[in-house]
Design a protein around this ligand. Structure first.
Ligand code: PEP
Ligand code: MG
Length: 595
């Protein structure tokens, strides 16, 4: 069958990349399947052979151990397992499949296991049937060994790759060191899922919704990913590679030109200054050098859950303190907004079992978890307060639904603060506390909540899903998840108005703020700042510098009157065209080449 060369999916994070594919196994109990090339058959057989030998040695060790600690009769099962792995019929079956089907060894061993179990289940008698599980057991060890070695060898190499997976989850995005990931492509994933948020924040071009991706891929197959168009090209020929290289060069030049603008203040042409902050997920963001701290107005959202997710157990107070302090010192006097732990839904900690919920988005997540396990909150507050001795820190609460929740946090906060002071810790005099506006109840009762807080930030990623009853992770309702729906625009205007009337700073830190035209619309609505993934900082600042307060206010007024999401998109598109023409004119006049 001829290879399908260009496949379309849904663009999730912009950028261009070319690298060999690496298939990520999403959960440990899924056996990865991929095709191998003709010339890889021998090495795949060798990989199988080595795994068989390692399992055989392991079984022998087990046999000796059990023989010593219990009886030699019990130990004999391990000899039987070793013999099962030497069964010529079974071995031939696996090897033949590798040769003829050109599939990886794990998939072929799994096929054998299914065959053995099906054969046994057709036989008479319970004890014979249960023997089916027994004879497949040592083969499962072989799969485990194959997957372990493959992962270990791969993780310790330094090859640059495109990660390919079934689903775009935070696990997949954080699977490898960031310096090795060129792009991510998956079969499934929502544009506003946490995996997508992370991919954008890390600056990985990303395409989701690629049909049958994994069955079309071979491990190591070169591919080109276009995160703007939402396409991937498998096994590109020389012509496609040349085309990629010239586009890539232009892309890098454009990005570099934009960075010059990011160094200038985010001030409109008629002198209105807005704050543009960044969303940070990990202290590793600071080492990547993909943005300059003095081009930002601080951190509008520090998603602390990813620092928890990267560990094998809950980080201690001391660890958290060091991490927060690191960020605070890095931002040298600019405010850092530490959001308290927002786990639940697709953000799970491997060491913290949350209940299985039928509807996790409406379940036990965010602040709800920390008000239940208040010690988790106490430790985090202590760490944040201690970090506040090193620079301005703000505290932000996720998934707030009522004033009572905010008041409960205030009580814990005062208690923790007094304890720290009693023990001689230095903490800031003032630690502004705010909430994420992301649940409709908080939005509707905002005038009351504003009496309890020092700032608000609208989390549109969640607010949109809750307003429109359309799961941000569910591709079946992705058409309904529309950040420009009139209800969403009404909510945004309402939040900005409430904050302005209460004379309280307001921001938007959801993904939509990273789109420069949308950021202008939000600022026109009256938000005092936006917080965006570092990748979008330059574009947003450049857009602010290319407009006027009047223009953005007119845009916001027209958008809030629009009767459909499409009408808003049209307004934003018109704005983009105007800005582009203006920017091109400016550059010609100043002799700067067009970004
Ligand atoms: C949001 O909901 O918009 C937000 C910024 O938080 P998260 O994406 O982490 O849920
Ligand atoms: Mg949220």
């Amino acid at each position: 069958m001829p290879r399908v060369r260009t496949i379309s999916g849904v663009p999730v994070a912009p950028g261009l990349a070319m690298a060999p594919a690496h298939v990520v196994q999403a959960t440990p109990d899924v056996i990865p399947t991929w095709s191998i090339r003709g010339e890889e058959v021998e090495s795949e057989l060798e990989r199988l052979q080595q795994a068989l030998e390692r399992v055989s040695n392991l079984l022998e060790k087990q046999r000796l151990k059990v023989a010593k600690s219990s009886s030699s009769q019990e130990a004999e099962i391990f000899s039987v397992h070793r013999m099962i792995l030497q069964d010529p019929g079974a071995l031939d079956r696996v090897r033949l499949r590798i040769r003829e089907e050109r599939l990886n060894a794990e998939a072929c061993v799994q096929h054998l296991i299914e065959h053995l179990e099906a054969t046994m289940s057709r036989l008479e008698g319970n004890s014979v049937r249960s023997y089916g599980a027994d004879i497949s057991d040592p083969w499962r060890l072989v799969i485990r060994e194959l997957m372990k070695r493959d992962h270990d060898a791969f993780v310790s190499s330094d090859e640059q790759v495109v990660l390919a997976a079934e689903e775009l989850t935070p696990f997949v995005v954080t699977y490898l060191d960031r310096s090795r990931v060129q792009a991510i492509v998956t079969e499934r994933g929502g544009r506003f899922s946490h995996g997508a948020v992370l991919a954008r924040s890390f600056g990985f071009p990303c395409v989701v919704g690629v049909p049958n991706l994994l069955s079309r891929l071979e491990q190591g197959l070169r591919m080109i990913v276009d995160g703007d168009a939402g396409t991937i090209q498998l096994d590109p020929g020389q012509e496609e590679v040349d085309h990629f290289l010239s586009r890539h060069t232009r892309h890098v030049a454009k990005r570099d030109a934009l960075v010059q603008h990011a160094a200038l203040p985010a001030k409109t042409q008629d002198g209105t200054r807005f704050a543009v902050e960044v969303n940070i997920e990990s202290v590793r963001d600071l080492d990547l050098g993909h943005f300059a701290v003095d081009h930002t107005d601080g951190v509008g959202l520090l998603r602390t859950e990813f620092m928890y997710m990267e560990r094998a157990q809950f980080p201690s107070e001391e660890e958290q303190y060091r991490l927060y302090r690191r960020v605070v010192e890095h931002f040298a006097g600019r405010p850092v907004t530490i959001r308290t732990l927002d786990i639940g839904g697709d953000k799970q900690l491997p060491y913290f079992q949350t209940p299985k919920e039928v509807n996790p988005a409406l379940g036990w997540r965010g602040l709800r978890v920390q008000l239940h396990w208040a010690d988790l909150l106490r430790v985090q507050l202590r760490a944040a307060l201690r970090a506040s001795a090193h620079g301005p820190v703000r505290l932000m609460l996720p998934m707030v639904t009522s004033c009572e929740e905010v008041q409960a946090v205030h009580r814990i906060f005062s208690e923790v603060r007094s304890q720290l002071l009693d023990h001689g810790y230095e903490v800031a005099q003032d630690l502004p506390t705010g909430i994420m506006v992301e649940v409709p109840a908080a939005l509707l009762t905002l005038p009351r909540i504003l009496k309890e807080v020092d700032f608000i930030s609208v989390g549109t990623n969640d607010l949109v899903q809750y307003l429109l009853a359309a799961d941000r992770d569910n591709p079946w309702v992705s058409d309904l998840y529309d950040p420009y729906h009139p209800a969403v625009l009404w909510a945004l205007c309402w939040a900005a108005d409430c904050a302005r009337q209460a004379d309280t700073p307001s921001s938007v830190c959801g993904e939509m703020a990273g789109d420069y035209a949308t950021a202008l619309m939000l600022l026109g609505m009256g938000f005092s700042s936006v917080s965006v993934a570092p990748n979008f900082l330059s574009q947003v600042k450049y857009a602010i510098r290319s407009t006027t307060l009047e223009e953005v206010q007119t845009l916001a007024a027209e958008a809030s009157e629009a009767t459909s999401g499409d009408a808003v998109r049209k307004l934003l598109e018109d704005l983009r065209v105007r800005l582009h023409a203006r920017q091109a004119g400016d550059q010609t006049a100043s002799g700067v080449s067009e970004p």
